[in-house]
Design a protein. Sequence first.
Length: 398
Amino acid sequence: MRNKAQAQTKMTKRVYLLQFGDFKQLSKAEAYAFVNAEALKVVYEGFNYLIFESSRTVDPYFGSILRVAEYYSSIEGLTDLLSEDLSYTEKSIPWSVYVLDDNIAVAEKLRHKIESLIKQSNKKSIYVSSTSVFSEKGGVTLTKAIRKRLATDGYEFILARWGTELAVWRTIKYLDLRGFKERDLSRPYKNPLISMPPWLARVMINLASPSPGRKLLDPFCGTGTILIEAVDSGLDAYGVDLDPSNVNGARENLNWFQAKKGKTADSHVVLADSRRLTEHFPECYFDVAVTEPPFGPPLKETVSLSEAQAIADDLRDLYSSVFYSLSKVLKNSGIVVFTLPSWRLKTGGLYELRVEEILEKSGLKLNKYIGNTALPIRWSKSDNIIQRLINVASKSSP
Protein backbone atom coordinates (compact mmCIF):
# COMPACT_ATOMS: atom_id res chain seq x y z
CA MET A 1 0.00 0.00 0.00
CA ARG A 2 1.02 3.61 -0.48
CA ASN A 3 2.28 5.34 2.61
CA LYS A 4 -0.18 7.06 4.92
CA ALA A 5 0.59 10.62 3.78
CA GLN A 6 0.02 9.75 0.10
CA ALA A 7 -3.13 7.79 0.91
CA GLN A 8 -4.50 10.80 2.76
CA THR A 9 -3.65 13.07 -0.17
CA LYS A 10 -5.58 10.75 -2.49
CA MET A 11 -8.64 10.93 -0.24
CA THR A 12 -8.75 14.73 0.06
CA LYS A 13 -7.14 15.98 -3.16
CA ARG A 14 -7.12 15.19 -6.85
CA VAL A 15 -3.62 14.38 -8.06
CA TYR A 16 -2.57 14.96 -11.67
CA LEU A 17 0.41 14.11 -13.87
CA LEU A 18 1.65 16.20 -16.81
CA GLN A 19 3.93 14.47 -19.32
CA PHE A 20 6.53 16.72 -20.91
CA GLY A 21 6.96 16.83 -24.67
CA ASP A 22 10.10 16.49 -26.78
CA PHE A 23 11.20 20.04 -25.91
CA LYS A 24 11.47 19.28 -22.22
CA GLN A 25 12.52 22.71 -20.98
CA LEU A 26 9.62 24.35 -22.81
CA SER A 27 7.11 21.81 -21.45
CA LYS A 28 8.45 22.21 -17.92
CA ALA A 29 8.06 25.97 -18.12
CA GLU A 30 4.50 25.59 -19.43
CA ALA A 31 3.65 23.11 -16.67
CA TYR A 32 5.07 25.29 -13.90
CA ALA A 33 3.38 28.41 -15.31
CA PHE A 34 0.03 26.60 -15.06
CA VAL A 35 0.68 25.27 -11.57
CA ASN A 36 1.83 28.68 -10.32
CA ALA A 37 -1.09 30.56 -11.91
CA GLU A 38 -3.62 28.18 -10.38
CA ALA A 39 -1.84 28.16 -6.97
CA LEU A 40 -1.47 24.38 -7.08
CA LYS A 41 1.04 22.29 -5.16
CA VAL A 42 3.77 20.32 -6.92
CA VAL A 43 4.29 17.02 -5.10
CA TYR A 44 6.85 15.31 -7.35
CA GLU A 45 8.89 15.88 -10.50
CA GLY A 46 10.07 12.91 -12.53
CA PHE A 47 12.50 12.92 -15.41
CA ASN A 48 9.82 13.73 -17.99
CA TYR A 49 6.72 14.55 -15.98
CA LEU A 50 5.34 16.70 -13.16
CA ILE A 51 2.84 15.67 -10.48
CA PHE A 52 0.68 18.18 -8.64
CA GLU A 53 -2.37 18.09 -6.40
CA SER A 54 -5.54 20.15 -6.61
CA SER A 55 -8.68 20.54 -4.52
CA ARG A 56 -10.72 20.88 -7.72
CA THR A 57 -10.99 19.34 -11.16
CA VAL A 58 -8.62 20.91 -13.69
CA ASP A 59 -9.01 20.96 -17.47
CA PRO A 60 -5.99 22.78 -18.94
CA TYR A 61 -5.30 23.23 -22.66
CA PHE A 62 -1.58 22.99 -23.31
CA GLY A 63 0.63 23.53 -26.32
CA SER A 64 3.48 21.16 -25.44
CA ILE A 65 2.25 18.79 -22.69
CA LEU A 66 1.70 15.40 -24.33
CA ARG A 67 -0.63 13.89 -21.74
CA VAL A 68 -2.66 14.97 -18.72
CA ALA A 69 -3.41 12.05 -16.40
CA GLU A 70 -5.12 11.64 -13.04
CA TYR A 71 -4.03 9.34 -10.24
CA TYR A 72 -5.95 6.06 -10.48
CA SER A 73 -4.55 3.63 -7.92
CA SER A 74 -1.53 1.99 -6.39
CA ILE A 75 -0.25 -1.15 -8.12
CA GLU A 76 -1.78 -3.25 -5.35
CA GLY A 77 -5.12 -1.45 -5.43
CA LEU A 78 -5.66 -1.68 -9.19
CA THR A 79 -7.57 -4.99 -9.16
CA ASP A 80 -10.38 -3.88 -6.86
CA LEU A 81 -10.83 -0.43 -8.40
CA LEU A 82 -10.73 -1.54 -12.04
CA SER A 83 -13.06 -4.49 -11.38
CA GLU A 84 -15.62 -2.05 -10.00
CA ASP A 85 -15.19 0.38 -12.92
CA LEU A 86 -15.55 -2.39 -15.51
CA SER A 87 -19.02 -3.21 -14.25
CA TYR A 88 -20.20 0.15 -15.64
CA THR A 89 -18.43 0.09 -19.01
CA GLU A 90 -19.47 -0.93 -22.52
CA LYS A 91 -19.06 -4.39 -23.99
CA SER A 92 -15.81 -3.52 -25.78
CA ILE A 93 -13.02 -1.71 -23.96
CA PRO A 94 -10.06 -0.07 -25.71
CA TRP A 95 -7.12 0.20 -23.35
CA SER A 96 -3.38 0.68 -23.22
CA VAL A 97 -0.42 0.79 -20.85
CA TYR A 98 2.18 3.54 -21.18
CA VAL A 99 5.44 3.60 -19.22
CA LEU A 100 7.04 6.85 -18.07
CA ASP A 101 9.73 5.26 -15.92
CA ASP A 102 12.08 2.38 -16.71
CA ASN A 103 9.70 -0.31 -15.44
CA ILE A 104 9.01 -2.44 -18.50
CA ALA A 105 8.82 -5.68 -16.52
CA VAL A 106 6.27 -4.23 -14.10
CA ALA A 107 4.31 -2.77 -17.01
CA GLU A 108 4.13 -6.18 -18.71
CA LYS A 109 2.74 -7.75 -15.54
CA LEU A 110 0.28 -4.88 -15.26
CA ARG A 111 -0.82 -5.41 -18.84
CA HIS A 112 -1.55 -9.11 -18.24
CA LYS A 113 -3.44 -8.28 -15.07
CA ILE A 114 -5.64 -5.70 -16.83
CA GLU A 115 -6.33 -8.00 -19.76
CA SER A 116 -7.34 -10.78 -17.35
CA LEU A 117 -9.68 -8.45 -15.42
CA ILE A 118 -11.39 -7.30 -18.63
CA LYS A 119 -11.96 -10.86 -19.79
CA GLN A 120 -13.28 -11.86 -16.35
CA SER A 121 -15.84 -9.06 -16.66
CA ASN A 122 -17.07 -10.62 -19.94
CA LYS A 123 -15.99 -7.57 -21.95
CA LYS A 124 -14.11 -7.49 -25.25
CA SER A 125 -10.50 -6.43 -24.76
CA ILE A 126 -9.08 -4.09 -27.45
CA TYR A 127 -5.43 -3.31 -26.75
CA VAL A 128 -4.08 -0.15 -28.39
CA SER A 129 -0.36 0.47 -28.68
CA SER A 130 0.39 3.63 -26.70
CA THR A 131 3.16 4.58 -29.14
CA SER A 132 0.57 5.06 -31.90
CA VAL A 133 -1.53 7.62 -30.05
CA PHE A 134 0.29 10.58 -31.62
CA SER A 135 0.56 9.15 -35.14
CA GLU A 136 -1.35 11.37 -37.55
CA LYS A 137 -1.15 10.19 -41.16
CA GLY A 138 -4.50 11.43 -42.39
CA GLY A 139 -7.73 9.61 -43.10
CA VAL A 140 -10.27 8.12 -40.72
CA THR A 141 -9.53 4.61 -39.52
CA LEU A 142 -10.94 2.27 -36.91
CA THR A 143 -7.66 2.52 -35.03
CA LYS A 144 -7.99 6.30 -34.76
CA ALA A 145 -11.56 5.97 -33.57
CA ILE A 146 -10.43 3.54 -30.89
CA ARG A 147 -7.54 5.80 -29.89
CA LYS A 148 -10.02 8.65 -29.51
CA ARG A 149 -12.01 6.51 -27.10
CA LEU A 150 -8.96 5.98 -24.90
CA ALA A 151 -9.42 9.46 -23.44
CA THR A 152 -13.20 9.13 -23.08
CA ASP A 153 -14.71 5.74 -22.22
CA GLY A 154 -11.49 3.75 -22.74
CA TYR A 155 -8.47 3.39 -20.49
CA GLU A 156 -4.90 4.44 -21.09
CA PHE A 157 -3.02 3.57 -17.92
CA ILE A 158 0.32 5.26 -17.23
CA LEU A 159 2.89 3.64 -15.00
CA ALA A 160 4.97 6.35 -13.32
CA ARG A 161 6.78 6.78 -10.06
CA TRP A 162 5.36 9.08 -7.38
CA GLY A 163 8.14 9.55 -4.88
CA THR A 164 9.61 6.16 -4.02
CA GLU A 165 6.64 4.11 -5.23
CA LEU A 166 5.12 3.23 -8.59
CA ALA A 167 1.57 4.40 -9.19
CA VAL A 168 -1.07 3.86 -11.87
CA TRP A 169 -2.47 6.92 -13.62
CA ARG A 170 -5.31 7.24 -16.13
CA THR A 171 -4.92 9.57 -19.12
CA ILE A 172 -7.73 12.13 -19.33
CA LYS A 173 -6.43 14.37 -22.13
CA TYR A 174 -3.92 14.29 -24.99
CA LEU A 175 -2.10 17.14 -26.70
CA ASP A 176 -4.51 18.43 -29.36
CA LEU A 177 -2.25 17.91 -32.37
CA ARG A 178 -5.17 17.72 -34.78
CA GLY A 179 -6.62 21.03 -33.57
CA PHE A 180 -3.29 22.83 -33.92
CA LYS A 181 -2.75 21.33 -37.37
CA GLU A 182 -6.21 22.40 -38.52
CA ARG A 183 -5.70 25.97 -37.32
CA ASP A 184 -2.36 26.06 -39.11
CA LEU A 185 -3.39 24.61 -42.47
CA SER A 186 -7.10 25.43 -42.84
CA ARG A 187 -7.13 29.14 -42.06
CA PRO A 188 -7.73 31.25 -45.15
CA TYR A 189 -4.70 33.59 -44.95
CA LYS A 190 -1.25 32.01 -44.74
CA ASN A 191 2.31 33.27 -44.91
CA PRO A 192 4.81 30.62 -43.76
CA LEU A 193 7.70 33.12 -43.75
CA ILE A 194 6.19 35.10 -40.85
CA SER A 195 4.09 32.45 -39.05
CA MET A 196 4.94 30.47 -35.94
CA PRO A 197 3.40 27.05 -35.19
CA PRO A 198 0.04 27.43 -33.39
CA TRP A 199 1.14 25.08 -30.61
CA LEU A 200 4.11 27.33 -29.86
CA ALA A 201 1.83 30.38 -29.79
CA ARG A 202 -0.33 28.56 -27.23
CA VAL A 203 2.71 27.73 -25.10
CA MET A 204 3.81 31.37 -25.10
CA ILE A 205 0.34 32.51 -24.06
CA ASN A 206 0.34 29.91 -21.30
CA LEU A 207 3.72 31.18 -20.09
CA ALA A 208 2.07 34.58 -19.57
CA SER A 209 -0.74 32.84 -17.63
CA PRO A 210 -3.52 35.38 -18.29
CA SER A 211 -6.99 34.71 -16.87
CA PRO A 212 -9.93 34.48 -19.31
CA GLY A 213 -11.32 37.90 -20.19
CA ARG A 214 -7.96 39.66 -19.87
CA LYS A 215 -6.56 41.80 -22.69
CA LEU A 216 -3.66 40.50 -24.78
CA LEU A 217 -1.67 42.49 -27.32
CA ASP A 218 0.49 41.18 -30.16
CA PRO A 219 2.33 44.21 -31.61
CA PHE A 220 3.65 42.15 -34.55
CA CYS A 221 0.52 40.11 -35.25
CA GLY A 222 1.33 38.95 -38.81
CA THR A 223 -1.22 36.31 -39.86
CA GLY A 224 -2.86 36.30 -36.42
CA THR A 225 -1.55 32.98 -35.08
CA ILE A 226 -1.12 34.30 -31.53
CA LEU A 227 -4.44 36.14 -31.70
CA ILE A 228 -6.33 32.98 -32.67
CA GLU A 229 -4.83 31.05 -29.76
CA ALA A 230 -5.63 33.99 -27.47
CA VAL A 231 -9.28 33.99 -28.55
CA ASP A 232 -9.39 30.23 -28.07
CA SER A 233 -8.09 30.83 -24.52
CA GLY A 234 -10.98 33.21 -23.80
CA LEU A 235 -8.88 36.37 -23.98
CA ASP A 236 -9.69 39.69 -25.62
CA ALA A 237 -7.11 39.76 -28.41
CA TYR A 238 -5.60 42.89 -29.96
CA GLY A 239 -3.14 42.85 -32.85
CA VAL A 240 -1.07 45.51 -34.56
CA ASP A 241 0.79 45.28 -37.86
CA LEU A 242 2.31 47.76 -40.30
CA ASP A 243 1.50 45.67 -43.38
CA PRO A 244 -2.07 46.13 -44.71
CA SER A 245 -2.03 42.61 -46.18
CA ASN A 246 -1.30 41.13 -42.75
CA VAL A 247 -3.93 43.27 -41.06
CA ASN A 248 -6.61 42.16 -43.53
CA GLY A 249 -5.38 38.56 -43.42
CA ALA A 250 -5.33 38.42 -39.62
CA ARG A 251 -8.87 39.79 -39.50
CA GLU A 252 -9.96 37.18 -42.04
CA ASN A 253 -8.34 34.40 -40.00
CA LEU A 254 -9.95 35.59 -36.77
CA ASN A 255 -13.38 35.79 -38.40
CA TRP A 256 -12.90 32.28 -39.80
CA PHE A 257 -11.88 30.86 -36.45
CA GLN A 258 -14.58 32.59 -34.43
CA ALA A 259 -17.28 31.49 -36.87
CA LYS A 260 -15.95 27.93 -36.91
CA LYS A 261 -15.65 27.60 -33.13
CA GLY A 262 -18.45 29.91 -32.06
CA LYS A 263 -16.02 31.94 -29.96
CA THR A 264 -17.26 35.27 -28.65
CA ALA A 265 -14.05 36.79 -27.26
CA ASP A 266 -13.32 40.34 -28.36
CA SER A 267 -10.69 40.78 -31.08
CA HIS A 268 -9.26 43.80 -32.86
CA VAL A 269 -6.54 44.16 -35.50
CA VAL A 270 -5.14 47.64 -36.12
CA LEU A 271 -3.02 48.97 -38.98
CA ALA A 272 -0.40 50.91 -37.07
CA ASP A 273 3.27 51.35 -36.17
CA SER A 274 4.00 49.52 -32.91
CA ARG A 275 6.64 52.09 -32.07
CA ARG A 276 3.74 54.48 -31.36
CA LEU A 277 1.21 52.31 -29.53
CA THR A 278 0.00 55.12 -27.26
CA GLU A 279 -1.52 56.81 -30.31
CA HIS A 280 -3.99 53.92 -30.53
CA PHE A 281 -4.38 52.54 -27.00
CA PRO A 282 -4.59 54.06 -23.50
CA GLU A 283 -1.64 53.71 -21.18
CA CYS A 284 -1.69 50.69 -18.82
CA TYR A 285 -4.41 49.06 -20.95
CA PHE A 286 -3.16 45.50 -21.59
CA ASP A 287 -2.67 42.69 -19.09
CA VAL A 288 -0.18 40.71 -21.20
CA ALA A 289 1.66 40.93 -24.50
CA VAL A 290 2.79 37.93 -26.52
CA THR A 291 4.67 38.40 -29.76
CA GLU A 292 7.27 37.33 -32.27
CA PRO A 293 8.95 40.32 -33.94
CA PRO A 294 10.39 40.14 -37.46
CA PHE A 295 13.65 38.20 -37.61
CA GLY A 296 15.17 39.93 -40.61
CA PRO A 297 15.72 38.31 -44.01
CA PRO A 298 15.08 34.56 -44.39
CA LEU A 299 18.31 32.59 -44.61
CA LYS A 300 19.12 29.35 -46.41
CA GLU A 301 22.66 28.96 -45.14
CA THR A 302 24.78 29.94 -42.15
CA VAL A 303 26.18 33.47 -42.03
CA SER A 304 29.49 35.10 -41.18
CA LEU A 305 29.89 37.03 -37.94
CA SER A 306 29.83 40.35 -39.81
CA GLU A 307 26.63 39.36 -41.65
CA ALA A 308 24.91 38.37 -38.39
CA GLN A 309 25.99 41.64 -36.77
CA ALA A 310 24.60 43.64 -39.71
CA ILE A 311 21.22 41.89 -39.46
CA ALA A 312 21.14 42.40 -35.70
CA ASP A 313 22.03 46.10 -36.06
CA ASP A 314 19.09 46.59 -38.43
CA LEU A 315 16.69 45.00 -35.92
CA ARG A 316 18.00 46.32 -32.59
CA ASP A 317 16.57 49.86 -32.83
CA LEU A 318 13.18 48.52 -33.94
CA TYR A 319 13.02 46.10 -31.03
CA SER A 320 14.07 48.72 -28.49
CA SER A 321 11.51 51.25 -29.77
CA VAL A 322 8.65 48.75 -29.80
CA PHE A 323 9.34 47.39 -26.31
CA TYR A 324 9.56 50.95 -24.96
CA SER A 325 6.20 51.72 -26.58
CA LEU A 326 4.74 48.41 -25.44
CA SER A 327 5.66 49.08 -21.83
CA LYS A 328 3.56 52.26 -21.92
CA VAL A 329 0.35 50.42 -22.79
CA LEU A 330 1.05 47.47 -20.49
CA LYS A 331 -0.38 47.43 -16.97
CA ASN A 332 2.00 47.58 -14.04
CA SER A 333 3.29 44.06 -13.29
CA GLY A 334 2.07 43.01 -16.76
CA ILE A 335 3.86 40.14 -18.52
CA VAL A 336 5.49 40.10 -21.96
CA VAL A 337 6.43 36.81 -23.62
CA PHE A 338 8.46 37.25 -26.78
CA THR A 339 10.90 35.53 -29.06
CA LEU A 340 14.16 36.95 -30.37
CA PRO A 341 16.34 35.50 -33.12
CA SER A 342 19.84 34.11 -32.98
CA TRP A 343 21.85 33.16 -36.05
CA ARG A 344 24.02 30.12 -36.78
CA LEU A 345 27.49 31.13 -37.87
CA LYS A 346 29.66 29.61 -40.59
CA THR A 347 32.40 29.16 -38.02
CA GLY A 348 30.07 27.33 -35.64
CA GLY A 349 28.16 28.64 -32.66
CA LEU A 350 25.47 31.31 -32.55
CA TYR A 351 25.27 35.08 -32.66
CA GLU A 352 22.72 36.44 -30.20
CA LEU A 353 21.30 39.84 -29.40
CA ARG A 354 21.82 41.20 -25.90
CA VAL A 355 18.25 41.26 -24.60
CA GLU A 356 19.12 43.43 -21.59
CA GLU A 357 20.29 46.21 -23.92
CA ILE A 358 17.08 46.04 -25.94
CA LEU A 359 14.93 46.33 -22.80
CA GLU A 360 17.23 48.78 -21.01
CA LYS A 361 15.00 51.89 -21.35
CA SER A 362 11.65 50.10 -21.59
CA GLY A 363 10.83 49.55 -17.93
CA LEU A 364 10.64 45.81 -18.62
CA LYS A 365 12.72 43.40 -16.57
CA LEU A 366 13.67 39.91 -17.71
CA ASN A 367 12.36 37.01 -15.64
CA LYS A 368 15.04 34.44 -14.84
CA TYR A 369 12.87 31.43 -14.00
CA ILE A 370 9.43 29.89 -14.29
CA GLY A 371 9.29 27.39 -11.46
CA ASN A 372 12.71 25.74 -11.57
CA THR A 373 13.05 26.22 -15.34
CA ALA A 374 15.71 28.72 -16.38
CA LEU A 375 14.89 31.41 -18.94
CA PRO A 376 15.29 32.16 -21.79
CA ILE A 377 14.33 28.93 -23.55
CA ARG A 378 15.81 28.04 -26.91
CA TRP A 379 13.42 26.39 -29.34
CA SER A 380 14.54 25.38 -32.78
CA LYS A 381 14.93 22.45 -35.11
CA SER A 382 18.41 21.11 -35.77
CA ASP A 383 18.52 22.50 -39.32
CA ASN A 384 17.21 26.00 -38.50
CA ILE A 385 19.62 28.77 -39.47
CA ILE A 386 17.62 31.31 -37.46
CA GLN A 387 16.76 30.05 -34.00
CA ARG A 388 14.21 31.29 -31.47
CA LEU A 389 14.94 32.34 -27.90
CA ILE A 390 11.76 32.59 -25.84
CA ASN A 391 11.95 35.31 -23.20
CA VAL A 392 9.62 36.42 -20.42
CA ALA A 393 9.68 39.93 -18.96
CA SER A 394 7.62 41.86 -16.45
CA LYS A 395 6.77 45.55 -16.24
CA SER A 396 8.17 47.04 -13.07
CA SER A 397 5.76 48.92 -10.84
CA PRO A 398 6.56 52.67 -10.55
